[in-house]
Design a protein around this ligand. Structure first.
Ligand code: MN
Length: 346
C-alpha cells in the first residue's frame, strides 16, 4: 500500500469550515435546583475551565466534526490526551453509485487513534492488513507506533442506505519510550465492553442504591470492572450515561490523573469542592483540576451522555504536525522523511 507523497497534503489538510456552532452552550453558570452541600468526608474535584462547543470542520468529505479541545489540543495540559474530534449526529443521504465518503490513505506515527462509533458505520483499512467495520458501540484502538497508513470511510452498507452518523476520534499520546513500537490494532466490539450500573450518590442522606445510569468501561477500570483496551500509559475512558434528570453520581478517579469530561448530549452540572456547581452544556467540555477527589456530576436533563477521560500525564514534550506526534521537531522531520521513503506501515 504505497502512496504518492504529493497526495499527503490534500488528504491531511481538512477542509476547514469555521461554522459557528448552533448548539446552545452556557459557560459556568449556576443551576438553581442543585444541592449545594456536599458531605464533608468526600473531597470533590473542581472544574478548572469549561470550553464551549467548538466550531465545526470537515475531515475528508465524510466526517463533519468539532475539535472538542479547541486551542488546548496537543498541549501538555491535557496529557496524555491530545485531541478529540466529535462528529455531531448528521444525516447522510443514500449514496447508491458514488464511492463512500471519508478520508483516504494517510499515515500516523507516535500516537494512538481511538475511533468510537455511536450511530452509523465506519470502515477502516490499514497497511498492516486490518480491514474492519466499526458499528454503533464499537471502538477501534489503533496504535500507530513507528508508522501506519490507514483510511477511514463510511461503510459500503451505510453509504448505500444512508442514515445518521455520530462518531468520535480521540488521540492518546504514546510515551516517548513507546513511540516507535510496532503498529498495532485493537478491534473492540460493543459486546466486549463491560457496562457497570451507575448508582445515585449519597448526598446528605442514605445512599439510595437506585440505578440512574451506566458506564461502559472502554479503558481503565470503573469500580473494579476493567475495560478491554490495552494502553501504553494509565488511561481511563468511560462512555457514561445518566438517564435520570437531577440524579447525582460520583465517579472516582486516581488523584494524580488529568481529567476531562465531554458532554456528548444533554446538560450537566459538575459539583466541585464546596458544593459549587458548574454547568456544562451539549458538546461542551470541562477540564478538571488535577487534584484529589471524586468527580460529582448532576444531570440537568434526561439521558445525559458523557465521555469521561482520565489519564496520568506523561510529562514529556509534545511535537505535533499533521498526523505525527513526537517529542521533538527533529523527530517530526524524520517521520516525514521515513514516510516519503516508504518506511511506514510495516
Ligand atoms: Mn487517521
Amino acid at each position: 500500500m504505497l502512496l504518492r507523497p504529493t497526495l499527503l497534503h490534500s488528504l491531511l489538510l481538512p477542509i476547514v469550515q469555521a461554522l459557528s456552532s448552533a448548539n446552545a452552550n452556557t459557560n459556568g453558570s449556576s443551576s438553581n435546583n442543585i444541592m449545594t452541600t456536599s458531605s464533608a468526608s468526600v473531597a470533590l474535584r473542581s472544574v478548572k475551565q469549561i470550553l464551549p462547543a467548538a466550531p465545526m470542520y470537515w475531515v475528508g468529505d465524510g466526517f463533519h466534526v468539532q475539535q472538542v479541545f479547541s486551542n488546548k489540543a496537543c498541549t501538555e495540559e491535557l496529557s496524555p490526551f491530545l485531541m478529540l474530534d466529535y462528529a455531531v449526529p448528521k444525516y447522510f443521504k443514500p449514496n447508491e453509485n458514488g464511492s463512500p465518503l471519508g478520508i483516504g490513505q494517510h499515515p500516523h506515527r507516535g500516537v494512538d487513534t481511538v475511533m468510537m462509533a455511536f450511530k452509523g458505520e465506519v470502515e477502516h483499512a490499514d497497511s498492516i492488513g486490518n480491514q474492519d467495520v466499526i458499528k454503533p458501540g464499537d471502538v477501534q484502538w489503533m496504535t500507530s507506533g513507528r508508522g501506519i497508513i490507514h483510511q477511514e470511510f463510511h461503510s459500503n452498507e451505510f453509504s448505500k442506505k444512508g442514515g445518521e452518523l455520530e462518531i468520535c476520534q480521540l488521540w492518546v499520546n504514546l510515551p516517548k519510550k513507546d513511540k516507535m513500537t510496532k503498529p498495532h490494532y485493537q478491534p473492540i466490539v460493543n459486546k466486549n465492553i463491560p457496562v457497570v450500573d451507575l448508582k445515585e450518590a449519597s448526598v446528605d442522606k442514605e445512599c439510595s442504591e437506585e440505578t440512574v445510569g451506566s458506564v461502559r468501561v472502554i479503558a481503565g477500570s470503573f469500580l473494579g470492572t476493567k475495560g478491554p483496551a490495552s494502553t501504553f500509559s494509565p488511561v481511563e475512558l468511560w462512555d457514561t450515561t445518566i438517564q435520570k434528570k437531577g440524579a447525582v453520581v460520583d465517579l472516582p478517579l486516581p488523584d494524580d490523573y488529568n481529567c476531562i469530561v465531554f458532554v456528548r448530549q444533554g446538560e450537566i452540572d459538575i459539583i466541585g469542592e464546596g458544593g459549587d456547581p458548574k454547568r456544562v452544556g451539549a458538546q461542551g467540555v470541562a477540564l478538571l483540576k488535577r487534584e484529589g477527589g471524586i468527580i460529582r456530576i448532576q444531570s440537568a436533563q434526561q439521558n445525559a451522555s458523557l465521555l469521561v477521560m482520565g489519564g496520568l500525564p506523561l510529562n514529556e514534550p509534545i511535537a505535533h504536525r499533521g498526523p505525527f506526534v513526537m517529542n521533538t521537531l527533529d523527530e517530526i522531520d524524520q517521520a516525514n522523511r521515513d514516510y516519503k521513503m516508504g518506511k511506514f506501515g510495516k
